[in-house]
Design a protein around this ligand. Structure first.
Ligand code: Q46
Ligand code: ZN
Length: 308
């Protein structure tokens, strides 16, 4: 097998792209693919300040690496979820990466933010951990982007994440989710910044290969709560379809964005208003985070027993 670009012996084959690459050409191809996504979707420009949400995993660190290599002003944001040794190790990986590359990293530790670590919140509110986690992450990503006066919030969601999310949204016809499943979300509230996903057309396999070739030391273990997530069932189904018909994931996401997404976006709900308590965007009187905190406090405070 020869490299599609330079004819040297190839190290990696990408069936979805009908191509194979040697190491230097794959690194070039990967970075170029991300750059093209940024440019064609007009995600951000050179003068803008980017806040990159990093988990210590391969996708977000590979993305941060590419953005730094392409010369963007990219600061990392690590949100410590308080999920035992998984969180400790993932923080270590993100911090070590930042230090080695001389990149700025901001850290928010949920345990120091009113003791709201994911396992405790999930247990007290009886939510599934990923639901509590999602609400908290979104809140702290938005808050950190606004507080730090960043222009853009960048996340490492890849093609596999987007295809699995799309499959879940389609299977249940979640119209309001489909209305907001885009690689670029323009802010609909003064306390939102633009949100972008430069890896939305880059497969998980490609980011894993890139991270390996660039010597990025990332956390290999999944979050212990990922095992029960429905997202993994969709990913598995999509991987089987992809094996039988390479390029399906790419077509699924691309064609949705081209042919169907605009219709869902046009019928989207009203923009959020201000949360009455914290001023963050809210679709009711309180934002999702304040509602979660309320629920946590209500359940954690034992009711006074009725007088005898
Ligand atoms: S970190 Fe959070 Fe994920 Fe863990 S608790 Fe679920 S959502 S699985 S990306
Ligand atoms: Zn609020």
């Amino acid at each position: 097998m020869k490299c599609t670009r330079c004819r040297a012996p190839a190290e990696v084959q990408l069936r979805a792209h009908n191509a194979a690459f040697c190491r230097p050409c794959f690194v070039f191809f990967f970075q170029r693919q991300v750059e093209r996504a940024i440019e064609s979707e007009r995600m951000f420009g050179r003068g803008e300040r980017l806040l990159v949400a990093v988990s210590g995993g391969k996708d977000s660190l590979a993305l941060w690496d590419v953005l730094a290599e392409l010369g963007y002003d990219a600061t990392g944001l690590y949100v410590g979820l308080g999920i035992g040794s998984y969180s400790a190790l993932s923080h270590q990986k993100a911090a070590a990466f930042a230090e080695r590359r001389g990149l700025p990293l901001r850290t928010v530790d949920l345990e120091n933010e009113g003791g709201l670590a994911v396992p405790a919140v999930a247990q007290v509110t009886r939510r599934v951990p990923c639901s509590a986690c999602g609400t908290m992450k979104r809140h702290w990503f938005d808050a950190a982007a606004i507080d730090g006066r960043f222009d853009v919030l960048v996340t490492g969601h890849n093609l596999d994440d987007e295809a699995a999310r799309l499959m879940g949204n389609v299977l249940r016809w979640q119209k309001d989710h489909l209305a907001r499943q885009r690689p670029v979300l323009v802010p609909t509230h003064p306390r939102f910044v633009r949100k972008v996903k430069p890896l939305f057309l880059t497969s998980e396999y490609e980011t894993a290969v890139y991270a390996f070739m660039r010597g990025i030391d990332y956390i290999v273990d999944e979050c212990p709560n990922a095992a029960g997530a429905t997202q993994l069932v969709y990913k598995d189904a999509l991987n089987r379809i992809e094996a039988a018909s390479p390029g399906t994931k790419l077509a699924f996401v691309k064609e949705f964005l081209r042919a169907a997404q605009p219709a869902f976006a046009a019928a989207d709900r009203d923009p959020p208003r201000d949360c009455e308590r914290c001023g963050m965007p809210a679709y009711g009187s309180l934002c999702a985070y304040c509602r979660l905190v309320d629920e946590m406090q209500r359940r954690a405070t034992p009711r006074a027993s009725a007088p005898a």
